[in-house]
Design a protein around this ligand. Structure first.
Ligand SMILES: NC(=O)c1ccc[n+]([C@@H]2O[C@H](COP(=O)([O-])OP(=O)(O)OC[C@H]3O[C@@H](n4cnc5c(N)ncnc54)[C@H](OP(=O)(O)O)[C@@H]3O)[C@@H](O)[C@H]2O)c1
Length: 344
């Protein structure tokens, strides 16, 4: 591609509106040239995150200023440096960073503008590169640190994970299994539950779209849940808290079921169980672990190469498919980690 194609925000999304190409203007401009202290990245793949919906809403998303109409859609990508005038970043190196939804981006390596570091050098690139947005990237780091540092599972304990057919959740399930835990995945619908059981490989699966989630969890966890890894919040979190075990740990990773409501519903009712069960509920933010990403990537890569960790990216192709990929997080129509391959 000799031109830089981009998706720029054309208007803000409405509550409950599906993410679609209709929200964007497709623009083309000359490929930029790095000035002193800059380098040019050619994006090979884009990742997806529920947090991107906040950019479409025009809200501040807590860590970034609101995305303005006309700006390139914000998002993480992975790519190769194709020219550099920065002494710490060389041509040919691979980086994962905030590329935006475009084929080429200028970077300056400044990690002080945002409260957390996000520009990551990939020291041992694997093929395809989109693995570094999924099984060996940010989704996996969220699963790895959230489960191991906050959840602290011990072999033989029961770990329950919501959105187990999703990116972070499917990796939590696999890491918990590697650590010798009994794993129960929660997912929506027969097809996803079958995928979680047969492909991700959990001990039991619960379909939250059936109306007996509480009974299903109670039956499967008679001694209570030792670690609950929450990706969704809302009713599922509340039901898991009702079934939390003595000294259980609830890891709060995300709340996709309620976060983007204009008026979120009231919080969990069953948090009293944190008292009776001397349990703990703690959130985390993956970027706080930035300095440990390389060590996590090394261990995840070892598991991946041994076949203990399967890669499960759902790959969309081409820049114009990015909105559809993002929407799949909210519609729940696809399993695995959703990435967009821009490789020409
Ligand atoms: N704390 C951190 O640092 C951090 C880092 C990365 C991600 N996250 C959070 O982790 C969570 C997972 O992110 P991801 O990128 O891996 O997304 P994902 O799990 O691949 O996709 C979201 C999944 O959430 C489920 N879902 C959507 N709406 C739902 C609803 N109303 N009720 C119940 N389930 C619903 C769907 O699963 P079903 O089809 O089974 O319904 C969907 O597949 C998100 O909440 C994200 O914000 C947090």
């Amino acid at each position: 591609m000799s031109i830089n194609r981009q998706l720029r925000l054309a208007r803000n999304i409405r509550e409950h509106e599906a993410v679609s190409l209709d929200l964007f203007e497709v623009t083309e401009e000359a490929i930029p040239t790095p000035a002193d202290g800059q380098f040019l990245v050619r994006t090979e793949a884009l990742g997806t995150s529920p947090a991107q919906r906040a950019y479409l809403m025009g809200s501040d998303s807590r860590f970034h200023p609101p995305l303005k109409i006309g700006e390139v859609m914000r998002g993480r990508g992975v790519g190769r440096i194709i020219s550099s005038r920065h002494e710490d970043y060389r041509e040919g190196e691979v980086v994962a960073c905030s590329t935006g939804w475009q084929y080429y981006s200028l970077q300056d390596g400044d990690q002080t503008r945002s409260p957390v570091k996000t520009l990551q050098k990939i020291h041992h690139p694997q093929s395809p590169l989109y693995l570094h947005l999924g099984t060996l990237g940010a989704s996996a780091f969220a699963a790895y640190f959230g489960l191991l540092d906050i959840g602290r599972p011990k072999a033989g304990e029961t770990v329950v994970v919501s959105a187990a057919a999703g990116g972070v959740g499917s990796l939590v399930a696999q890491i918990a299994r590697i650590k010798g835990c009994r794993v129960i995945g929660i997912a929506g619908g027969d097809e996803k539950c079958a995928w979680v059981r047969d492909v991700v490989g959990v001990d039991d699966v619960v379909d939250y779209k059936q109306d007996n989630l509480d009974q299903q969890l109670a039956d499967l966890c008679p001694g209570g849940i030792d670690v609950y890894f929450d990706n969704v919040g809302g009713v599922i979190l509340d039901t898991a808290l009702k079934n939390i075990g003595l000294r259980g740990r609830a890891v709060i990773c995300g709340l996709i079921s309620t976060e983007y409501e204009n008026t979120p519903p009231p919080g969990p009712r069953h948090y009293y169980n944190l008292i009776y069960k001397r349990a703990r509920m703690e959130g985390f933010f993956v970027w706080d672990y930035f300095e440990q990403f390389a060590a996590a990537e090394a261990e995840l890569t070892t598991w991946y190469k041994k076949g203990d960790l399967i890669s499960n990216e759902k790959v969309y192709h081409g820049l114009e498919a990015a909105p559809e990929a993002l929407q799949s997080l909210f519609s729940g129509i696809a399993s695995g980690i959703k990435v967009i391959d821009l490789d020409r």
